[in-house]
Design a protein around this ligand. Structure first.
Ligand code: NAP
Length: 296
């Protein structure tokens, strides 16, 4: 595709490599990061430009991407006098890759529409490795015509980019992902702790059952490290708590019951209170008694 003028706001674990892939795909990239030192380091590594505010970064861009933290953080960089929307030209497209609520996505779509700017909520799945390898799965909400324009640009860091429906549908799809993953990780933690306590060779158990119906991405990628007590693999408990809170709020609105997600959210809260908020989500196993003395 022909090169576009882009802006990327938020150079964290995910945003930094995603913006790097835009440069590698030939797009012009101007970045903004709240902590300027990170933007400086990013420019040194990738050779893009940096701006002093989101509005300035967005000023000349056809596509503006955001990847920050929670609802409040997205509001801070998208709205207000120095927010991205204030700088964007009519006809440009704003894409939010952060995991936030569906009602914020709809609010942003409305605010963008009032400025004649297109908006897509486009949360991602695939973690740090997916961002670094340019292999994220992106679930998108918004208008089809806007999606058709932005999808080829997002291809720079995606394995799959799928339009799920109108504004908010991307965030709702990401909620389904998080609800499913939370239960899977707890089930895996319980199974592994049980295997250890039963005196089985837990690694051999995983080898066997991962070839059957219990197989999952979590089992393939995390079972070994969970047994070793290694919990430094990207997606932090703090982020998962944010996501599960969003899911539980949405469930109240749409009449869903999420008893397992609610319970796992409480388990993650315990881990946060014990100082493990930056550990990755597989640290759930640390709550469970095991006979092999793996450190909690
Ligand atoms: P991160 O490493 O903590 O980076 C967060 C970024 O957002 C940083 O650049 C930070 O700036 C910026 N930021 C936060 N609050 C801000 C505010 N109020 N104003 C301006 N900038 C602000 O986070 P991440 O892991 O990249 O995650 C980003 C988003 O992707 C989150 O919504 C997360 O849930 C989602 N996500 C993450 C993963 C993952 O595996 N990490 C996977 C899927 C989805 P500073 O540098 O100044 O702090």
């Amino acid at each position: 595709m022909s090169p576009s003028k882009t802006a990327f706001i938020g150079l964290g674990v995910m945003g930094s490599p995603m913006a790097g892939h835009l440069v590698k795909s030939g797009h012009k990239v101007t970045v903004f990061n709240r902590t300027p030192a990170k933007a400086e380091a990013w420019c040194e590594e990738y050779g893009g430009e940096r701006a002093a505010t989101p509005a300035q970064a967005a000023a000349e861009a056809d596509f503006v991407f955001i990847c920050v933290g929670n609802d409040e953080d997205v509001r801070a960089v998208a709205l207000g006098d120095t927010g991205a929307l204030a700088g964007m030209a009519a006809g440009a497209v704003l894409v939010d890759h952060s995991t936030v609520s569906a009602h914020l996505a709809r609010e942003l779509a409305e605010a963008a529409g009032a400025c004649d700017v297109g908006f897509l909520d486009a949360p991602v799945s695939g973690g740090q490795a997916g961002a670094e390898n340019g292999a994220l799965t992106i679930m998108v909400g918004g208008e089809e015509a806007v999606f058709e324009r932005a999808a080829p640009v997002m291809d720079a860091y995606a394995r799959a980019v799928t339009l799920m429906g109108p504004a908010g549908s991307g965030q709702l799809t990401k909620m389904v992902n998080q609800i499913t993953v939370a239960g899977l990780i707890e089930a895996l933690a319980e199974g592994l702790a049980f295997a250890v306590n039963a005196g089985l060779d837990a690694k051999k158990v995983v080898d066997v059952i991962s070839k059957g119906a219990a197989q999952s991405w979590q089992m393939e990628n995390r079972a070994g490290t969970m047994l070793e007590g290694e919990f430094d693999f990207g997606f932090a408990v703090d982020w998962m708590r944010k996501d599960l809170d969003i899911c539980l709020e949405e469930a109240k609105r749409n009449g869903s019951e999420l008893p397992v997600a609610e319970l796992v959210n409480r388990f993650y809260e315990e881990i946060q209170k014990a100082g493990g908020g930056r550990r990755d989500t597989s640290s759930l196993i640390g709550r469970l008694p095991r006979g092999n003395g793996v450190e909690k």
